[in-house]
Design a protein around this ligand. Structure first.
Ligand SMILES: [Mn+2]
Length: 323
């Protein structure tokens, strides 16, 4: 798929008076950070801009809202431009499709591998560690002034999607952008504290329970764990509290691939997949209509928890033998 230029996207935004910004459901730090950063910059330029959401913001990311989010029920749609960030598939913004479709012009900026164009203008860069990096480049192209709040959002976006500058996607550019964000005088320590040192006890208790029940397979090269509704209830935890468990699993010595199989609702099983060096988990995810990156992917399987678990185990085993 051919990209349009950042210049064309910047011009389309500068010409617009009203902009609706979307990102994927189950927002992570990159999704909300990118969306709110762009929203703040557009509002500063005197435009009507909102981030339209269809599900709740995870508690640990609520501080990144900056008054920018609006629920889909309150949104009118029909904006001059609708921008979709960190997402390029309709299945991840289903309840907001009318907002997207009713906009005069549609723009997609993302770093997920994608084949099907969904907008009028695209900037898709899978080599970018975070959509936050692309939003930074876009703001520069627009001549927007990056203030402390915008810097906090972009820092959160880049820090979370690079696993605190540890994942293989982290590049010189990631550090260069962050180093420029420091020039705004934003408080990186405070953002990091809110992101990483602010966990509710119930979440850590859930993590302990799930990790204790993990299964090591293929000589310890694969680790898998499951989260049932019952385990959530017993820990008093929410589904969102499963965030981060799969990274703990992957961090185990000798593990190449990790899978966390989570029962969101009966017959709605969410799977998070991670790998370290050679297993392409995006391939595994895509076998179940999901996707993502080589080292981090996911999918939804519509069956019961145990069946989904076995299906993922089989798929990962095949993939690790190929690798
Ligand atoms: Mn992202």
């Amino acid at each position: 798929m051919k990209n349009d230029s950042m210049r064309q996207i910047a011009d389309a935004l500068l010409e617009a008076q009203s902009i609706d910004i979307l990102t994927h459901i189950m927002m992570d730090g990159d999704a909300i950070g990118s969306a709110v950063a762009l929203c703040l910059a557009l509002r500063k330029a005197g435009k009507r801009a909102d981030v339209i959401i269809e599900d709740d913001i995870a508690e640990y990311l609520e501080f990144l809202d900056y008054g920018c989010t609006k629920s889909v029920d309150e949104a009118e749609g029909g904006a001059d431009v609708c921008v979709i960030l960190d997402c390029s598939v309709r299945s991840r913004f289903r309840e907001r499709e009318r907002i997207f479709d009713s906009a005069a012009k549609k723009i997609c900026v993302d770093h997920h591998e994608t084949k099907e164009p969904i907008a009028d203008l695209h900037y898709i860069d899978p080599s970018s560690a975070a959509t936050g990096e692309l939003v930074y480049l876009l703001l520069k192209e627009m001549g927007a002034e990056i203030d402390k709040d915008i810097a906090s959002c972009l820092f959160a976006a880049i820090a979370t999607d690079t696993g605190n500058f540890m994942y293989s996607n982290t590049s010189k550019r990631s550090h260069e952008i962050v180093s420029e964000l420091y020039d705004t005088g934003f408080d990186a320590y405070s953002v990091s504290m809110q992101l990483y040192e602010n966990e509710p006890y119930r979440k850590i208790a859930l993590h302990g329970k799930v990790v204790a029940g993990a299964e090591m397979i293929e000589g310890g090269r694969i680790v898998m764990a499951k989260v049932s509704r019952k385990m959530l209830e017993e820990s008093g935890a929410d589904f969102e509290d499963t965030e981060g468990i799969v990274s703990i699993l992957r961090s185990i010595k000798g593990v190449e691939a990790a899978a966390l199989v989570k029962e969101k609702k009966p017959e709605e099983i969410k799977v998070s997949l991670r790998s370290k060096e050679y297993v392409d988990v995006a391939k595994v995810g895509s076998q179940f209509d999901g996707g993502g990156h080589k080292r981090a992917a996911g999918c939804t399987i519509r069956t019961d928890l145990d069946t989904a678990y076995e299906q993922i185990k089989e798929a990962l085993r095949k993939e690790i033998c190929r690798g």
